[in-house]
Design a protein around this ligand. Sequence first.
Ligand code: FAD
Length: 573
Amino acid sequence: MTGSRELSGYFAKAKLLKAAASYRQPSTDQLCRCRQGAFRTSYLTTGKSLRRKGTVRVETQVLIIGAGVTGAGLSRDLALRGVANLVVEQADINAGASGANHGLLHSGARYVSNDPVSARQCKDESRLLKRLAPECIEDTGGLFVAIAGDDENYLAEFPGLCAEQGIRIRELQPQEALDLEPSLTKDIIAAYLVKDAAINPFRLTLENLDQAEALGARLLRHTRVVRFELRGGRISRVLLRQRGVEHDVAVKAEQVINATGAWAKNIAALAGLDLPLVCSKGTLLVSQPRITRRVINRLRPPADGDIVTPAGTVSLIGTTSVRLAEPEPCDPTINEVDFLVSEAARIIPSLAEARYIRAFAGVRPLLFQGEAAEKDRQLSRGFLVLDHAAEGVNNFVTVTGGKLTTFRLMAEKTADLVCERLGVSAPCITKKVPLQPRKARQWTEAGKPARKWLQGGDSNDLLLCECEMVPRSAVDQILADLVAQGVPFDLSDIALRSRVGKGSCQGAFCGLRLAAYLSEKKVADFRSTELLSRFLEERWHGLRPVLWGTQLAQEELQEALHCGLFGLELESP
Ligand SMILES: Cc1cc2nc3c(=O)[nH]c(=O)nc-3n(C[C@H](O)[C@H](O)[C@H](O)COP(=O)(O)OP(=O)(O)OC[C@H]3O[C@@H](n4cnc5c(N)ncnc54)[C@H](O)[C@@H]3O)c2cc1C
């Protein structure tokens, strides 16, 4: 969309933004703010060998590339062992698979047939996370259900396969399952209760990073790794480029960790290495309202369209598995959405008519195991920790694959390897130390903000997002964090840290209010119409494939508001 008018009439005090006045480049102090001794980042001199307007040079013990849940978990693990680290992320936290997944904390039962190692890891890690990060988890429990026509051999094997991995399940009569979850189909032929749960990946990553930063780690968002310089079998410097910043940043790190998920192959290529990874896209649908209390899995070997996970006030229906050449672009398609609706409706008939407010897609990195594995569903969901010393790059490690559920273990194994190289003997303590929840992070949880606002709400605290009831005070908390980081931000950065834009209006009303509010506060570096356009464009990618029924009417209202009132134009398809 392109903007032509400002939102000055929307809030009485809303004014045009003054771009230059609001944006500040990260200062030397900001780059170096860290605990004495724990983090040795330092600003050196302006380099001459590199292009653009000079180079800021930074030193750290460990550079972590990627701020998904794996990078965040690693940063915390290393910081808890006293190891200085800097995380760099090309976009914002959870920009990859960590922000585009099913939010299912796996009990392990899904993988018992084709991936027993992942099944055991999920079983152990989900137990740990329920104890150490309860604020990120809704312990819903789960059901595996088979319907008439499903593979009866698999039904017969399932209890034994779970027992082999120590995964506890309880058989239910079909009617018992229906009593627990009345929206299930009457065609159920078998059902088991399992210990699945729902997990909030945004809160999980944010809280890992919060704790890491409190211990001296640093995060640079909107900062992309663009080049490695190699000398003497090591990465001697890593060149970074920051959004909206004139200079480059060159990092000298004793160890470099590639935690870039589906991008891991591209980062390894910067060191001249080839990783045997393939990219597999998974699409998910968001239904409103929430359809079930528990996680529902189809009782069959992992396939497409066989899971429904609750997430606060909505349900997530997924997923698909489509091979991609590169991790980007990865938008959901209408065909995938149609497939998911028809497949999910076989276990929950009301899903055929439900309101879908959005679709989204994420990319999994899977280990290519030769042509023997014909389908991506047969490739392991296990993780890889690759020590590239074997290929002649002595201070470079890649960690990729795995699950959200196993991120802590992935971080532990990677940090063990890196600490051994650094000569750090401190053991991993993330198995014992709980995450330390921050109040500001509660705004990422669907449904909770509404309850909190109603219970303790201050009637003067204006609601900026009415669907998800996010008040001005919450946005102020988030803004304070973002401004302190000194990197330019827009509405998407706020949406990522709250429920803004995630309700049924998908930004139609809260987008306007938020753009006007930022304009009023003079804290962003774009004109308010530009802010709004970019936000709505981003939401549009997820709306396009679900435009029928009520959501189509909602979108038409949005178009009338934005194009009719504010002169914004829709992006051509
Ligand atoms: C559709 C789907 C559904 C899933 N559902 C579940 C589930 O229900 N339960 C579960 O346990 N797991 C699930 N997973 C798996 C889980 O999401 C991933 O295992 C996990 O999020 C991977 O996290 P990560 O940090 O390793 O990678 P990512 O989250 O992908 O993070 C990699 C980061 O690296 C950054 N990056 C890339 N290149 C650069 C660069 N040059 N410079 C700087 N930064 C860079 C990216 O922007 C990205 O933020 C699902 C995955 C998908 C795709």
